[in-house]
Structures are given as C-alpha cells and as structure tokens.
Design a protein around this ligand. Structure first.
Ligand SMILES: [Zn+2]
Ligand SMILES: [Zn+2]
Length: 239
C-alpha cells in the first residue's frame, strides 16, 4: 500500500473501455487487464489508403477507397470500431472523461509512432467540432488527442487553423455525394501563415471518410501538400 500515491487511492484510475477500476499492480497501466486482451486492433492486410482491414489479401485498397478515391495520402487508424471499444470512445467523447486521452494517445503512439515519425510532419491538426458543440461539451476530444501526439512526436499542434463553420445537416440522411458536399462547406482553413506542408489530421472515428476528405480538401486548398490522418477507430462494414 505504501507505494501507491495518495491521488490513486482517492481517485483510482478507471479503465477507458469498461469504466472499471484499474488495479494498481502496474502503476503505469492505463487499462484493465481484461479489456487489454480484448482490444480490437486493426489487422493486416489493411487498405494502403485509409488503413481499414481488408478481407482479400490480393487487394491493395478497400472497396470504399476504390469507389470514392481519397485525396489524403494515408491513414493510420488503430482499432476497429466495435465493442467493447465502441462504448469506451463514446464515454471519452461525451462524458467528460478527458483523462482517457492518455490511453488513446499511447495506443496511437505504440501502433503507429514509428511510421508517423518517418513522415517528417510539420503540424498536427485536430478535426474540429462546431464552436457551439465545443462550448456545450466543454472540450473537443480530438484536441486532447492532438496535444498528446504533439508531445510524443515532437511536432507542433495547431488547434485554431482549421475551423468548422456551420452546424452541418445530419449526415445519415444524405447520400455519399451530398454528404461530402455538405461537409466541404463546413471546414475553413485559416491562412496557412505557418506554411505547413505535411499535416496529420487527428480524429476519433473514421467511418465513411467524408469528414477527413472534407478537411483534406480545405488543407490542400490552403497550400498544404500532403495530408495524413490518424484516428482511434475505423468503422467496419464499408468494404
Ligand atoms: Zn476494462
Ligand atoms: Zn480504404
């Protein structure tokens, strides 16, 4: 008991996946042992564009990237968007468990850190949410991830350069094309004074890729040359 910091006794660390208390056997542990074994990492072969798992090892790209070619250079998602992680990400996003960012940053770093370092990035940009949403929620989870990654990768993060201008229509009611058009109008890249050439976008969940594409579009128009993205999860079922 004497080795346990008092703060951990008062506020024991909770598991970001099941919300249970993380036992103190390993003080560095950010997740409980049970959930650790069940983490749904993206397996290879994965799409060379978006990073999604693909069934057929002969294919280089998932059917979604073939059908709707992407303008970003490459994606680095960590987990499949399935349980038990699905619920955990929801809690991180909506229930003010900001401290869970540590776990997700750590996972992105462990899985993709080496590759991300090789990209020689100039900047990290969180996918923004609309100002009104940010105010009601009190934070934007992607900013927390971007900050953590900035420290790990030693690359500056820019939270004010990419702005979400309007509250977009509910994406679910739209077809692919409308979805993209709706989103493209939503993002505005403030003048690229810092002259960023290679940028990493950070998001929590990649589903159809429309959000990342819309952000990529805004960045490319603003003079960025290459856009990459990383996300905690990537949706299954689009291939
Ligand atoms: Zn757990
Ligand atoms: Zn793909």
């Amino acid at each position: 008991m004497s080795n346990i910091p008092i703060i951990d006794l008062i506020y024991p660390r909770r598991c970001p996946v099941c919300q249970g208390i993380v036992e103190n056997t390993d003080r560095q542990a950010l997740i409980c042992i049970g959930c650790k074994e069940k983490l749904p990492y993206v397996q290879t072969p994965a799409c060379m564009k978006c990073g999604k798992e693909i069934e057929n090892p002969e294919q280089e790209y998932c059917s979604d990237c073939v059908r709707m070619p992407k303008r970003f250079t490459q994606g680095y998602p960590v987990f499949n968007y399935v349980e038990p992680l699905k619920e955990g990400v929801g809690v991180f996003k909506y229930q003010n468990r900001r401290e869970y960012a540590d776990f997700y940053v750590d996972e992105i770093w462990k899985v993709h850190g080496k590759d991300l370092l090789k990209l020689n990035l100039d900047g990290i940009i969180p996918v923004p949410i609309h100002g009104r949403k940010r105010r009601s929620r009190g934070y934007n989870q992607t900013e927390l991830l971007a900050r953590g990654l900035s420290r790990k990768l030693q690359v500056p993060d820019y939270e004010k350069l990419l702005i979400r201008q309007i509250n977009t229509l509910p994406q679910k009611a739209l077809n692919d094309k409308e979805r993209l058009d709706n989103l493209k109008r939503a993002f505005f890249f403030c003048e690229n004074d810092v002259k960023l050439k290679k940028v990493l976008l950070v998001d929590d969940i990649y589903t159809s890729g429309a959000t990342i594409e819309a952000c990529t579009d805004a960045l490319l128009q603003g003079g960025v040359q290459r856009v990459y993205y990383t996300s905690i999860c990537i949706g299954k079922g689009f291939n």
